[in-house]
Ligand binder design. Structure first.
Ligand SMILES: [Fe+2]
Ligand SMILES: [Fe+2]
Length: 328
């Protein structure tokens, strides 16, 4: 079967004046593009890139937390963490399915990830060294994800926007469970409070960098905004997120490791200290603390799951053969 990836489809797509006019009108009235509508090649390509990267992030993102399921401090915490990790698998599946509507198969996306050609969020290349990291990840990493993803519920591509509605509901729950872990630790023994503070210190800057580079260094942002895929720039979302953390950290009675956080009355947004973009680029280039481990685990899981895929394919073939016989 000929490979139908977003790029090949985009390259072979004929120019269609009526299609372009319809697309422009839909974007202008802030309505939705659906899979069967004609769309410009660049739009399709940008969506495949963003959505598949998002799907991969959900799947790789299961690893740092799954690492703590067996060591969660109580049965209740284990059950909650297990449910959260399963939710992330579900998010990956919705997003792979939504991306498939653009003409790229899940197998192709998986192949690109395993071959190291596709990216996932660099946040998941940091290690989870204590139980408090489960709190910090829920509060900050899922919190950053929500800040980023709520506006995507209004993205112009229908299947993406609809997947995002359900994902955001679950992410809100994830954030609350993380906050609650930190709240309990920060009001526990001095040792527990120190563990919570240490986790917040380590996850703060990487979570701010989840919004991507400053807008000035983010070549895709303006196009995505013109197409109503993205609604706000990276810097605006990051600043909003800092404001949310700055308020909630007071309830936790912890501190954010950034003395420069303040509300700027002139710009009506939150200021924060400089971020280490050199580190961000290193992690993105595959040289973060856990990049190799994450990919190795993902490849092993893929290999271990081969028999499940074969069995499912054999079962589906059998079912369709028997359906054909019944129809005949
Ligand atoms: Fe998720
Ligand atoms: Fe989540």
């Amino acid at each position: 079967m000929a490979a139908l990836n977003g790029e090949t489809m985009a390259e072979n797509q004929p120019v269609d004046d009526a299609g372009q006019a319809n697309f422009d009108a839909v974007i202008a009235k802030d309505s939705r593009i659906e899979p069967k509508d004609w769309m410009p090649a660049d739009y399709r390509h940008a969506l495949v890139r963003q959505m598949s990267q998002h799907a991969h992030s959900e799947i790789i993102g299961m690893q740092p937390e799954a690492n703590w399921i067996t060591r969660a401090p109580s049965l209740k915490r284990k059950a909650i963490l297990m449910a959260k990790v399963q939710d992330e698998a579900g998010h990956g599946l919705y997003l792979y399915s939504a991306t498939e509507t653009l003409g790229t198969t899940r197998d192709e996306m998986t192949e690109a990830l395993l071959a190291g050609k596709a990216r996932y969020s660099s946040i998941f290349n940091y290690p989870t060294v204590s139980w408090a990291d489960m709190g910090a990840i829920g509060w900050m990493v899922d919190g950053a994800a929500i800040t980023n993803q709520v506006p995507l519920c209004r993205a112009s591509y229908g299947p993406y926007a609809r997947a995002m509605v359900r994902i955001c509901k679950e992410e809100s729950f994830h954030q609350r469970q993380g906050f609650e872990i930190l709240l309990e630790l920060s009001h526990g023994t001095p040792g527990q409070k120190a563990m919570a503070q240490d986790a917040v210190n380590r996850w703060y800057a990487p979570s701010l960098m989840m919004f991507g580079p400053p807008d000035a260094d983010s070549p895709n942002t303006s196009k995505s905004m013109a197409w109503n895929i993205k609604r706000f720039g990276n810097d605006e979302l990051r600043s909003r997120f800092v404001g949310m953390l700055a308020e909630q950290v007071k309830v936790l009675e912890l501190e954010l490791p950034d003395p420069d956080i303040r509300f700027n009355e002139d710009t009506k947004s939150w200021d924060y200290g400089p971020l280490d973009w050199a580190e961000f680029k290193e992690v993105l280039a595959g040289r973060g603390p856990c990049n190799a481990q994450r990919m190795e685990r993902r490849r092993a899981a893929h290999d271990d799951g081969a028999w499940v895929r074969e069995a499912a394919a054999a079962y589906a073939a059998k079912q369709s053969a028997s359906n054909d016989r019944e129809a005949a």
